[in-house]
Design a protein around this ligand. Sequence first.
Ligand code: SF4
Ligand code: SF4
Length: 360
Amino acid sequence: MNCIKVHVRECESYGDSLAVIKGLLKQPELEKQIKDCKRILIKPNQLMASTPDQQICTHPDFVEAIIVALKEYKKPIAVGDSPGFGSIEKVAKVSGLLEICQRQDVPLLGLGEAMTVKHDGFLIKSFELAKDLKKYDLIVNLPKMKTHTLTVFTGAVKNIFGMIPGSRKAQFHARLQNANFFSLMLLDLYSVLKPKINIMDGIVGMDGQGPNAGRLRESKMIIASEDALAMDAAASEICGLKVPLIEHAKKRGVLPKYKIEGKYKSQNYKHPRSIMEGLPNWLKKYAKSLLTERPKITSKCIKCKRCVKVCPVHAISHELKINYSKCIRCYCCQELCPEKAIRLKSNFITKFMFKKVGRS
Ligand code: SF4
Ligand code: SF4
């Protein structure tokens, strides 16, 4: 396996970012991707409508510096994201992204339309991804260096989760509330979608209760790599965080060998505290059963037992009984049942949740 380079550069302020980014894009493995591509899609983090000083989204000056640096290569460029809450226009107006897209004359895409991508992953057998991805052969992924109360760290791999349009993301959050299973889903997503250029905004990061309510950290660095997972491993190492995504990647043997190039100061980011943390196990189980829909085998079942085979945690017995205390609500059984014989049973809370977020 090749050793992936993860480049770390000091950057005092957003005003200095253009020069640093231009230097990073000259790295041979990154510049080759730009020279070889036809169309570029820039994917910043636009989590929610928040102002640049809140540092929740990739900073607009950082995105503008990337656009300016990429324009030198004279390729068509667009910027796109599907925010967790609200339309891209509303979010980008507040975050400052809309203004820079207008100033730089590049289209801003909402990535709302979906296409199905089949994938024989560990947990997920198909993803609904933004249809616009088909039009671009180079994704430039711009995550923010932040902690996350569920996944511990929200870096480059978590940023590509934004390529899943709108409310479909909420369904994954509802289904996979456990950090381990959410991280396994992210690993499946990483094997489907690999941005070839990843540049992390770590000029001002966030620790503690990220991704939106943490403490701002002036980490004064930009990190770049051709591999999102290697970059997350390096960034979480720099931040001093133990991240489930990286631990699972190591266990499954999919973490590329990487080498950090450049000087940096270790950051000692404060670990986030999960909402579920501290709850006794019986209460966690109760919360899970309240917040998610249960798969239920109906009378359409022809007893082919495919669901028994695909269940990743062996929660379905050969007698086709589902053990709900084992079930992690991945819904692989429902997705893959040839007879559509598995129904998702709601309770009043999940009915309310899906009414709020919209069911796809
Ligand atoms: S996959 Fe569907 S049809 Fe086959 S046993 Fe399971 S529920 Fe029944
Ligand atoms: S029974 Fe539960 S854990 Fe097993 S495949 Fe179905 S939803 Fe997933």
